[in-house]
Design a binder for this molecule. Structure first.
Ligand SMILES: *Cc1c(COP(=O)(O)O)cnc(C)c1O
Length: 234
């Protein structure tokens, strides 16, 4: 691993190459640097040395704590499991909540957004591989969930998100990324009020190039930028 700036440059280069291979524009892909478990100083370094402004966190309190001490131009993305009683930490601070997999959670976000006088921007998380260990709605149930959530007044659905299975061979996940894009195209064709399918949040350190080739607009990359995470100390 190099410095944070070198790692980011290398990830950005790989995103550009994947865009070239698939005839896409690299401006259409946003790199979300996943800073979970990493200290605020590393976020600051990524910002100052590489100009990154989009950061992802998977724990509501950690997002709150970092947001409240770091510069306000940072765009915080909530990418992890969110419980209803924690939406109060996230709704006022996150530009996008990627991990909405149920109507109940969407309702709680809607209620909090109303209290804050804002419109919450969300993605619907889809469990493409039907993994028991993962959150998200099944692809089969996704269109119905989108229709139900769309009726809530204080949030906007901007697209879909998936966390693909952990695998040694990134190519194995292409089917899930392609499946998510196809699902978004089908939902978009329904022209549901308050729903746009502009964003596809997919791809992590192990498989973001495949995700970009399949249409990702947001890639969530942590360890390739900040190094391995040590969960024993937090
Ligand atoms: C941790 C995490 C990532 C980043 O994972 P890396 O493999 O470290 O790039 C992406 N998305 C979600 C939802 C995560 O929890």
């Amino acid at each position: 691993m190099g410095s944070i700036a070198e790692n980011i440059a290398s990830v950005q280069q790989r995103i550009r190459a994947a865009c070239e291979r698939s005839g896409r524009r690299s401006e259409d892909v946003t790199l979300v640097a996943v800073s979970k478990t990493k200290p605020a100083d590393m976020v600051r370094e990524a910002m100052q040395t590489a100009g990154i402004l989009d950061f992802g966190e998977n724990k509501p309190q950690e997002l709150r704590d970092k947001c409240d001490i770091l510069p306000s131009e940072i765009r915080w993305h909530m990418i992890g499991n969110l419980q209803k009683n924690k939406v109060k930490y996230v709704v006022p601070r996150a530009v996008l909540i990627h991990s909405v997999g149920s109507k109940d959670l969407a309702k709680a976000i809607d209620k909090e957004a109303a209290k804050e006088g804002k419109i919450a921007q969300i993605l619907v998380e889809v469990n493409m591989a039907h993994e028991a260990s993962k959150g998200g709605v099944s692809p089969e149930e996704c269109p119905d969930l989108v229709r139900e959530i769309a009726a809530l007044e204080n949030l906007r659905i901007r697209g879909l998100m998936t966390v693909a299975p952990a695998t040694e061979r990134a190519e194995d996940n292409r089917v899930y990324f392609r499946g998510l894009r196809d699902l978004a195209v089908d939902i978009d064709a329904e022209n549901i009020d308050n729903v746009s399918m502009c964003e596809l949040s997919m791809g992590m350190s192990g498989d973001f190039e495949i995700a970009v080739e399949e249409g990702a607009t947001l890639v969530r990359v942590g360890s390739s930028i900040f190094g391995e995470r040590d969960y024993s100390i937090s």
